[in-house]
Design a protein around this ligand. Structure first.
Ligand code: GLN
Length: 541
């Protein structure tokens, strides 16, 4: 029978519930347990696919094409839990399902209400997570938002009911809170934590473990005892979670305080200690790296660190493998359009990446950056939009078609070298309608891609509406472009990876390789791009 861990957050949002959940998942897996992971999000969007990543953070994509919260990326990077459409449910998707049932008449004349209909739907989503997967020992379910929010009430009420239905002995509640340090008092303050636990208790939930985010400080024994007393939690179950870098070292801090042991004891599970030696070695290797490789990420200005979370992490992973630290710096592409010198700006970098994006702002500047990388033999890596930009640049420069662009940016361009996917014609709704999820890709011989993957067939995840227009294929290939990856669909071939003949490392994919990268198994294209950038740096020195 599956046991459940529920992670809630208190005091503030962004308190790190995702990493706590993922880190606990890692510790449980290290003991040989099979886990499942899920996130419940209280916002009304049916999924985060329509939300602005510059505000909400990256949209993470699963193999089966779910557009999900970025915390699912942490789950995949820290654990081997299988994530899918079932792993993320929002208030919007839950109401959607209940309203559709009501329209079909399935409630037989009843008044449809938050309790029991919405809470029933929430519980059924939690049950569905493991319904088709055998042998899941522990399911970790993270509740988004902050305890005390109006929006999260139905979720917490559903957990209260769920706990009784499956038996309190089969549930463990982990509450993650902020314990702020007040400079003037010279003290960590536990009161907000007490209040947030009181708010949980009002709803009928009592945490079993409290993970305290304490910034740069650490709780002393007296403060732990105080939180334990006021919050009705055992002393050992107050976990210190000071800021730790790199994030992959965080679970090791939890391990040193026996977070997994405490949770398992609560769940009545007797499981031998786990082996974290490989994970520890990975963290040590990451910390030990001294050589710095500087990569320019050329794009629109990003105010939000999390907007490209998986890309940032994939570069960390590639750095571990190459024993170097990747310093990824955002370079605003719009400045090039305003006359800032491209060569002067980009010459201090060892590699250039253009990442995913939507809309026409900053596009011309990105094209200039690709031209610089191509002409100066600087390692270039394009991801999704970054591939489309590379194609546009080559069409303009190598084929002499200066107006070439994507129909996303100019629907009337005479040279639509990137155009709407045929399956997208007639699609009117924005939510969940892109080409999403994993597709098969065949790799050509003697290419960078083939060398990176060491295999002739790969599966990678997508999220786009536009594609390479095959009307330009022959001409571009005759001018030096190489198609190294293609998706064959009936008699149509989609270009999935392009390269450039004679360039040391120029590779761009229509898919998003970042979603499958893990700290112990860097994504092959990221890994080889960083290796090429390191070599470029050495050659320049
Ligand atoms: N805007 C482009 C498209 O829809 C690229 C999308 C992306 O980079 N994810 O095809």
């Amino acid at each position: 029978m599956t046991k459940y861990v529920f992670t809630t957050g208190g005091v503030v949002s962004s308190v790190g519930k995702g990493i706590v959940s993922a880190g606990l998942g890692l510790l449980l897996e290290s003991r040989g347990l099979k886990i499942a992971m899920m996130k419940l999000d209280p916002y009304i969007n049916v999924d985060p696919g329509t939300m602005n990543p510059f505000e909400h953070g990256e949209v993470f994509v699963t193999d089966d094409g779910a557009e999900t919260d970025l915390d699912l990326g942490h789950y995949e990077r820290f654990t081997s839990a299988k994530l899918s459409q079932k792993s993320n449910a929002t208030t919007g998707s839950i109401y959607n399902a209940v309203i559709q049932k009501e329209r079909r008449g399935e409630f037989l004349g009843k008044t449809v209400q938050v309790i029991p209909h919405i809470t029933d739907e929430i519980k059924s989503r939690i049950r569905m997570l493991t319904a088709e997967e055998d042998g899941v020992d522990v399911a970790i379910v993270e509740i988004g938002g902050t305890v005390g929010d109006i929006e999260s009430l139905p979720f917490l009420e559903a957990l209260r009911q769920f706990r009784l239905e499956i038996g309190p002995e089969n549930c463990c509640f982990v509450h993650v809170t902020l314990v702020p340090y007040i400079e003037a008092a010279g003290e960590l303050k536990t009161k907000p934590t007490q209040h947030s636990v009181r708010a949980l208790r009002d709803i009928g939930l009592q945490p079993d473990v409290i993970v305290c985010r304490t910034g740069k400080k650490r709780l002393g024994p007296d403060q732990c005892a105080k939180i334990a007393l006021f919050c009705n939690v055992t002393r050992e179950a107050i976990i210190n979670a000071e800021d730790i870098s790199p994030i992959y070292a965080i679970p090791l801090n939890f391990k040193s305080q026996q977070l997994d042991g405490i949770v398992l004891k609560r769940l009545g599970m007797d499981v031998p200690e786990g082996d974290l030696s490989e994970w520890t070695a990975m963290v040590e290797r990451l910390k030990a790296a001294e050589k710095v490789v500087k990569i320019a990420a050329v794009g629109k200005y990003v105010g939000h660190d999390d907007a490209y979370k998986s890309i940032n992490e994939a570069f960390v992973h590639a750095g571990i493998w190459n024993d170097c630290k990747v310093s990824l710096q955002w370079v605003d592409s719009e400045q090039f359009e305003k006359g800032v010198d491209v060569a002067a700006t980009l010459s201090e970098y060892d590699g250039i990446v253009v990442g995913p994006g939507f809309g026409s702002r900053g596009i011309e500047g990105k094209i200039m950056a690709v031209r610089y990388a191509r002409e100066n033999r600087v390692p270039y890596f394009g991801i999704c939009l970054g591939m489309q930009i590379a194609v546009i640049e080559m069409t303009r420069s190598l084929l002499g078609l200066p107006k070439a662009t994507s129909t996303e940016f100019d629907p009337n361009t005479p040279d639509p070298v990137i155009s709407l996917l045929s399956e997208q014609r007639g699609v009117m709704e924005m939510g969940g309608t892109m080409r999403l999820g994993q597709y098969r890709c065949e790799l050509g011989e003697d290419t960078l891609a083939r060398a990176a993957y060491g295999s002739d067939v790969i599966f990678e995840r997508h999220r786009h509406r536009y594609e390479f227009n095959n009307a330009y294929l022959e001409r571009l290939c005759a001018s030096g472009m190489v198609v190294s990856g293609r998706h064959v669909k009936g008699d149509h071939e989609l270009v999935e990876i392009i390269e450039l003949k004679g360039h040391p490392w120029f590779c761009a994919s229509q898919f998003h390789p970042e979603f499958k990268s893990k700290p112990q198994r860097p994504q092959p294209l990221f890994r080889d791009f960083v290796r090429a950038a390191a070599a470029y740096k050495d050659a320049r020195a």
